[in-house]
Design a protein around this ligand. Sequence first.
Ligand SMILES: C[S@@+](CC[C@H](N)C(=O)[O-])C[C@H]1O[C@@H](n2cnc3c(N)ncnc32)[C@H](O)[C@@H]1O
Length: 403
Amino acid sequence: MQDTSGAAGYLNELSFTDRFHRELAPSWLNYVAMLNDFQPQPLLQPFTYLDLGCGFAQSTLINAAALPHAEFHACDFNAAHIEAAKAVAERMEVSNVRFHACSFADLLNDSSVPTFDFIVLHGIYSWVDADVISTVHALVSKLLRPGGFLYLSYNCYPGWAAEEPLRKLMNELARVKSGDMTEKVQWSLQEARSLGTPSFRYFRENAGLQDALESLARDPVNYVAHEFFNETWTLHYSVDVLDAMEGLGLTYMGSATLADNHPMLTLDPQAAERIRALPTPRLRHLAEDFAVNRRFRRDVFVRGAPASGQGGQGKLIDDALIGLVPGKETLNTRVEIPRGRLSFQQPFIDDLQSLLAGGPLRLGDILSRLGRSARSAAEIRQNLLFLVAAGALMPFSRTRSER
Ligand SMILES: C[S@@+](CC[C@H](N)C(=O)[O-])C[C@H]1O[C@@H](n2cnc3c(N)ncnc32)[C@H](O)[C@@H]1O
């Protein structure tokens, strides 16, 4: 009998790492929408959320605990992941997550599953085969409500292109080594590092590969196993993903890697000008990946046409709630961005710091309390958005009591 679950090509021998991904939070995804002038989901009302390939479901559990009036679903065919997630849910007394210990194919056939306002897939799309990708598309098509948001992350070209053959080399090495997966991964890495000398022209002519190997050697072995040793490992071009999603009736809204929504933070002026001169939005979308040599994307789509924006005036974002990052409450005048560093004036940072000391505020309210003239309001808005993009501030959810 043919196995259609996708389990055959997927590495199930080692558990994945247990991490929280802030980009999966409904408030973060709403921020992406508002930043790009799309209506956010109304989070104060009950809503539904599906995490496909949830792993240990840390992100979903935390989001569910924070938003108890919403209904979360988490699906993964690795029974160990789901058992551990269920145990945490019980310990944390989180009762608004329904777990599905099954494959995506089984979930597709489960008629008891509702439709969703959010569907998220983190770390899935590049590591499953074409059949599973078709199943994911069918799930999105069947289960994402009109106006619902899809988060899809994946490894992309051209940033990973140089490392693609390295993965093949390490997988071939692993095949000849006996032992369990941990031993195979560690040995293959060690062998690849010993081959990774300038006398091998592949390494000599691809600067950075030796550093990549050294950094992999420092990563947890189960992360390296899932990243590199899965049987399926597909790099995507962002425009191909765009086409596939458009085929499902979805529109690209923006990136959950917040800096990627701000060309000023990622592109140098020459690259930005060349990209602007390209004839179609599709080409500009692709060319940005080449300009920054992007290797990982966190795309956010909405189901349906972009009719909900406010005519591109960019003011929806003023309704976003932003605040200091818990644990990093002191703002600095300098922040790191993909192109280097940004500096802000000390009086601005001091005013902002004292304004936000009492908790997150609506961006529009921060503007009216810090800004005076229309011009300075536009500048302050940009500064605030850049501080969020740099991770110095972050988006928050309103609570139902703040309604
Ligand atoms: C790389 S992990 C990502 C886990 C989690 N999303 C995160 O980012 O922390 C991929 C997860 O997807 C699950 N998975 C892969 N293919 C699947 C399928 N066809 N059906 C159900 N789960 C699947 C794996 O078991 C694994 O837990």
